[in-house]
Design a protein around this ligand. Structure first.
Ligand code: SR1
Ligand code: MG
Length: 433
């Protein structure tokens, strides 16, 4: 979406990218040589933006430009280009706490809505690895480290309220992308809207979800939490398409959906994509690993992610002695106070877990019924087979949301997966699986 204030904005192409970079001395220096020697490739893969990789005689760069519309939909779906600002602001805000777990940012152009960053090579998108059955064991550990740090250091546990208010002031303006999240994640699957993409075999499931008032109540509680529980700065879209990997490195990318909200949004989103990979796995073609083995790796990764997140979040909190207004050290001054603080910490993390489970269920439902569906299921060519895999995931998601008391720890979440895989295309909402 363009306004009069964007009159200098131009959409770059692989042909025009070298000339753009040639005008920026620090970037010219990184590439080496001159523009005529640089090769730019359009590698856009996500739903929203243009992305180019550029190689020069000395080095490479990645350039990302916000388009004035949703890339995968085209100009019929206009979208505010200021989203690039929020991606850049998030990356710089969390940089002191996450180190090399995100790409280095080299340049931000506030007129062209362009970010130029480290080119990640030979990294691949984690979703592609999950689909091919290739295992990257560092991911759960690294992502737990990333999220424990971003969640803690941007919360009232770690900063004076004035600092958090400054974050809220910035990211509360990320309105266009929050409209997408509120609509596509929290609302669309429960109403009739043109954006939903419901395959014919999933028709009964889609109808059942829309009629299930217990489910809709649970989703409404989560939607209200997303809008009103300003707990920490969220990445806002941390799924397997927002993580790039090699065997030794994990990089979190694409933080344009950043928002101050419930911490469980990021943790639940991440786990949801491992769970969907689990349901899709037996039906995906061309696998590097046998499905049973890979499923066991996925469940182990889910458990180790949560355990590591909890362990690191608590350890960072225990070691922290900076100013904050949420849990002031002056209030917890005696040995008795400090012992009580430890049980307070445990309760805080239990609340994060409950929010995580809610978002886990909600993210699964929106990726199967809603607009932004995922390749993990769509590589299954046979629509009926794909729907069977998706139905299992929907049944599991519904159970998480309407029976949260059954899912008090991560072991009970993964232990339940197999109970739902044969849920079938006719949802039985009276059968409390
Ligand atoms: C219009 S598509 C929007 C979705 O793509 C992004 O990757 C986010 O997941 C968002 O919900
Ligand atoms: Mg993205």
């Amino acid at each position: 979406m363009l306004t009069a204030s964007h009159r200098d904005y131009r959409i770059l192409t692989a042909e025009t990218v070298p000339a753009y970079l040639a005008d920026i001395p620090t970037l010219r220096e990184r590439l080496g040589g001159s523009a005529s020697e640089w090769r730019a490739r359009d590698v856009a893969d996500g739903n929203l933006n243009a992305v180019f990789l550029i190689d020069g005689p000395k080095g490479g760069l990645c350039l990302k430009q916000a388009l004035p519309y949703v890339r995968v939909a085209g100009e019929s779906w206009p979208l505010d280009i200021n989203r690039a600002t929020f991606e850049y602001r998030y990356a710089t805000r969390v940089a002191p706490h996450v180190g090399a777990l995100q790409p280095q940012m080299f340049h931000y152009d506030a007129d062209q809505y362009i970010i130029v960053m480290e080119k990640l090579e030979p990294h691949i998108i984690l979703r592609k690895a999950l689909i091919s059955g290739t295992h990257y064991p560092r991911v759960p550990v690294d992502n737990a480290e990333f999220l424990a740090n971003t969640a803690f250091h941007t919360s009232d546990l770690a900063v004076p309220f004035e600092r958090k208010a400054a974050d809220m002031e910035v990211f509360a303006r990320n309105l266009a992308l929050q409209r997408i999240t509120v609509d596509l994640v929290y609302t669309d699957p429960y109403v009739d809207v043109w954006r939903n993409k419901i395959s014919e075999p999933l028709g009964a499931w889609a109808e059942a979800l829309k009629r299930d008032i217990d489910l809709k109540d649970a989703v409404t509680r989560a939607r209200l939490a997303y809008l009103s529980k300003a707990q920490s700065l969220l990445h806002g879209d941390l799924h397997s398409g927002s993580i790039m990997v090699t065997a030794d490195e994990t990089r979190i990318i694409d933080s344009e959906f950043a928002w101050v909200g419930p911490t469980g949004f990021d943790t639940g989103n991440f786990i949801a994509h491992y769970v969907m990979a689990w349901f899709a796995k037996p039906f995906q073609p061309n696998q590097a690993t046998d499905a049973t083995t890979y499923r066991a790796l996925l469940t182990a990764d889910i458990v180790s992610f949560w355990q590591r997140f909890e362990e690191r979040f608590l350890a960072i909190w225990r070691a922290f002695d900076g100013d904050n207004d949420g849990v002031p050290a002056t209030v917890y001054a005696s040995a008795v106070d400090r012992a009580r603080l430890e049980s307070f910490r445990r309760a805080y993390v239990a609340d994060l877990f409950a929010d995580t489970v809610q978002v886990l269920g909600i993210e699964i439902i929106r990726r199967i019924i809603g607009y932004a569906q995922i390749a993990d299921f769509h590589v299954i060519e046979d629509v009926a087979t794909r729907a069977e895999a998706q139905a299992g995931a929907l049944a599991f998601a519904r159970s998480l949301l309407i029976h949260p008391e059954r899912y008090q720890d991560i072991a009970s979440v993964v232990a339940a997966l197999a109970r739902f895989e044969n849920a079938g295309l006719l949802p039985d909402t009276t059968r409390h699986l």
